[in-house]
Design a protein around this ligand. Structure first.
Ligand code: FE
Length: 215
């Protein structure tokens, strides 16, 4: 419901029909796009289904493949869109650019969208609520090491921390370091060590030891 407030309108929590302001606004925008012939209802539905079908398992599959295939990793880091197409991810259809950044023993990348919630949804699905929170968006920039400590990650002082600010035009996927002791694992087993959070950069990939102890 839209409420008058100090002489201007701002959104309330729920409308009388049980829908939020934002849900009704999205429906109104969709109706206008369809009415103007910019897209069809079917295209909107398909795009929504594609987003809903994505999850961090998609990103994990990409990371695990990069860990086992050095040539793919090089292509992924230098020109990710065609590299991702090799695995069936069609990002060329969108105008958004994607950059894949590699965490190493020298540099650790942390991704944030300081403005809103820009995120590589094609590879990770929907962003978690904390990613969209004002606290994360501001503190990731002001105190990235402190934020990572709260996620359980202590980045050594000698490792450089790079904070990357996503935008609607350029999004980032972190390629985490391959954990030690994973030499004998298959690509499928490696993918299980790749969490959503390590592809945002707030944590490292899981170690096989931590997987075994939590099982
Ligand atoms: Fe954003």
């Amino acid at each position: 419901m839209t409420e008058a407030h100090d002489g201007h309108q701002h959104p309330g929590i729920d409308g009388d029909d049980g829908q939020t302001y934002y849900a009704r606004r999205a429906q109104a925008i969709e109706a206008l796009l369809v009415a103007k012939g910019i897209c069809t209802t079917g295209e909107v539905q398909l795009a929504m289904e594609q987003v809903e079908a994505r999850s961090p398992a998609d990103g994990a599959r990409v990371v695990a493949h990069a860990w086992v295939d050095a040539g793919f990793k090089t292509r992924l880091l230098s020109d990710p869109i065609p590299a991702l197409a090799e695995l069936g991810y069609a990002l060329a259809e969108t105008t958004t650019q994607l950059e894949v950044v590699e965490n190493t023993d020298e540099v650790h990348h942390l991704v944030v969208c300081t403005l809103c919630s820009c995120y590589p949804s094609t590879l990770l699905g929907r962003p978690p609520d904390w990613y969209k929170s004002l606290a994360y968006r501001s503190r990731a920039v002001a105190d990235p090491r402190g934020v990572m400590r709260e996620f359980g990650l202590n980045v050594a002082e000698e490792v450089k921390v790079r904070v990357l600010d996503s935008t609607a035009d350029l999004r980032y996927l972190v390629l985490p370091r391959r954990p030690a002791g994973t030499e004998g694992l298959s690509e499928e087993e490696l993918a299980k060590l790749v969490t959503r959070d390590c592809m945002i950069g707030v944590t490292d990939a899981l170690s096989p030891v931590s997987m075994a102890s939590s099982a």
